[in-house]
Design a protein around this ligand. Structure first.
Ligand code: MG
Length: 415
C-alpha cells in the first residue's frame, strides 16, 4: 500500500504551528537591525538588504572565508576529500543556527553572519596550530619576545576568537575607506565568543562601551550570539562522529558506549531492523541532531518564559538563557569527553598534531629571524614584528603552510 505523505502545505502548517512566531516575525528578545548599534565607520544603508544580511554577504565575499576550505577541522585537508573542513563546519553551524533562530523568533541573518564568521581567525591545522602559535607569541620561542608590544596589538599569546574579530575589524583589506569588513556591533559581539580580561580592557580602551565591555561588566551577549555558540557545539559533536568513523579511528561498536548516540542508533534499528553500516550511522546522527535542536528550542522557550525577558537589554542582564536542558547538557558533555579521549587524542591524530605544531613553530622562528623570507609582509605601524608574523601564519591554509615549511626548511613533514 502506498504510504500517505503529508502535502507541502501540511508540512509548512505543522512547522508554523510549532513556532509561536509568524514566519519571519522577530520576538521581542531578538536583535532588530533597525536598532543596531551600528558600524565603526558610518556607511549609507544598503537599498535592499538589512545590515545583518549585508554583514553575512561581506563575510562570504572575504578572503578569510575562502581560506576556510583548506583549513583543518579535525582531519588535515589532504587526508581525505570528504572530511569536514572549517568551511563545511561553518556552513553546518549556520544551517543549525538558522533553523533554531526561526523557531525562537531570533534574527536569522544575524545568526548566519556570526556562524559563518566564527572560525575566520583559526590558524592552519586547527587547535594544534593555535597552541603552537600561542606558545610562540608567549615568548617561549626565540629572542623576539623582548620587542615591545605595539598599541594596535592585543596582549599575550594567540586567542582564536579575538583573531576572528581582528580579521573582520582590521586584517581584511577590501574597502577603500577602512580596514576590515566594518561589520555591525551585534555581529562583532557574536564573533568575540571569549576574551581574556587583559584583552577585554585593551578593546575597551580602543572602543569604549564596545565589544570588550560585556566581559568587564559580566553581561551576556545577544541570544543570536548565544545561539551561534550552541549551534557550533551541536555541529561538531555530530560531524566529528561521522568523520571519526569515516577515518576508521572510531567504530560503530565503540559509539554504543555513548548514550546520546546509542539511544538514536537503537531507535533507528527498531524502525529499520535491516539498517547497517553508513546508513545506520547517518540515521543515528540525524536523529541525534534533531533531538538536540528540539531540546534547545524547548528548553530555551521555557527559560525565556520563566525569566520573563522582553527585550535585548533584559537578555544582556541575565546569565546565558539559550541552551540545552540539564539532561541534554549532561549527555552532550559525555559525548564530548568520549570524542576527546577516543578521537582528538587518538595516537594517529596526535602524531599529525605534533608535526603541525612543528610546522607553525618553524615558520614563526624563520620569519622572525629574517622577515625578508616573508615576501608578502608589509610592516604595519602599531604592531610588533612577531604579531605580524603570527597574523600572517594564522591566515595560512594547511597546504600553504606545509609548502612554505618545505621551501624554508627543506624538510618534508607531511607526505
Ligand atoms: Mg567552530
Amino acid at each position: 500500500m502506498t504510504p500517505v505523505l503529508p502535502t507541502l502545505a501540511q508540512e509548512a502548517a505543522a512547522a508554523a504551528g510549532a513556532s509561536p512566531w509568524p514566519c519571519g516575525a522577530l520576538a521581542p528578545w531578538a536583535c532588530d537591525p533597525a536598532c543596531s548599534r551600528g558600524r565603526r565607520h558610518p556607511e549609507a544603508p544598503a537599498p535592499t538588504r538589512n545590515p545583518f544580511q549585508r554583514d553575512r554577504d561581506r563575510v562570504i565575499h572575504s578572503t578569510a572565508f575562502r581560506r576556510l576550505v583548506y583549513k583543518t577541522q579535525v582531519f588535515l585537508n589532504h587526508e581525505g576529500d570528504l572530511f569536514r573542513t572549517r568551511l563545511t563546519h561553518s556552513l553546518e553551524v549556520a544551517q543549525l543556527g538558522r533553523s533554531i533562530a526561526r523557531a525562537l523568533g531570533l534574527h536569522e541573518d544575524l545568526v548566519e553572519a556570526i556562524a559563518l564568521a566564527h572560525d575566520l581567525g583559526h590558524t592552519p591545522f586547527g587547535h594544534a596550530g593555535q597552541d603552537a602559535l600561542n606558545a610562540c607569541l608567549l615568548g617561549q620561542e626565540g629572542p623576539w619576545a623582548a620587542e615591545p608590544r605595539g598599541p594596535d596589538e592585543p596582549h599575550g599569546g594567540f586567542e582564536h576568537n579575538l583573531q576572528s574579530l581582528r580579521v573582520v575589524d582590521e586584517l581584511e583589506e577590501r574597502y577603500p575607506e577602512f580596514d576590515g569588513l566594518n561589520l555591525c556591533f551585534e555581529t562583532r559581539e557574536g564573533i568575540l565568543k571569549h576574551c581574556s580580561h587583559a584583552n577585554a580592557e585593551w578593546l575597551e580602551a580602543r572602543e569604549p562601551g564596545g565589544v570588550g565591555a560585556r566581559f568587564l561588566r559580566g553581561e551576556s551577549p545577544s541570544l543570536e550570539a548565544q545561539l551561534a555558540n550552541v549551534a557550533d557545539e551541536i555541529a561538531y559533536n555530530a560531524h566529528d562522529i561521522d568523520d571519526g568513523v569515516r577515518s576508521g579511528l572510531l567504530t560503530l561498536e565503540q559509539l554504543e558506549q555513548v548514550e546520546l548516540f546509542d539511544i538514536h542508533r537503537r531507535e533507528a534499528l527498531a524502525q529499520h531492523p535491516h539498517l547497517t553500516g553508513r546508513r545506520l550511522l547517518y540515521e543515528a546522527i540525524r536523529r541525534m541532531l534533531s533531538a538536540q535542536v528540539y531540546d534547545v528550542i524547548a528548553a530555551t522557550r521555557a527559560v525565556l518564559h520563566a525569566t520573563g525577558v522582553c527585550s535585548v537589554a533584559d537578555v544582556r542582564a541575565q546569565p546565558p538563557l539559550l541552551g540545552f536542558s540539564p539532561s541534554m547538557r549532561e549527555a552532550s558533555a559525555r559525548l564530548k569527553r568520549f570524542l576527546l579521549v577516543n578521537l582528538y587524542r587518538h595516537p594517529q591524530v596526535m602524531q599529525t598534531t605534533a608535526r603541525a605544531r612543528q610546522v607553525v613553530a618553524d615558520l614563526y622562528r624563520a620569519y622572525c629571524a629574517d622577515p625578508a623570507r616573508l615576501p608578502g609582509l608589509r610592516r604595519r605601524a602599531g604592531l610588533s614584528l612577531r604579531r605580524q608574523v603570527a597574523d600572517h601564519i594564522a591566515g595560512m591554509t594547511d597546504r600553504y603552510a606545509i609548502r612554505e615549511h618545505e621551501r624554508l626548511s627543506g624538510q618534508r613533514l607531511f607526505a
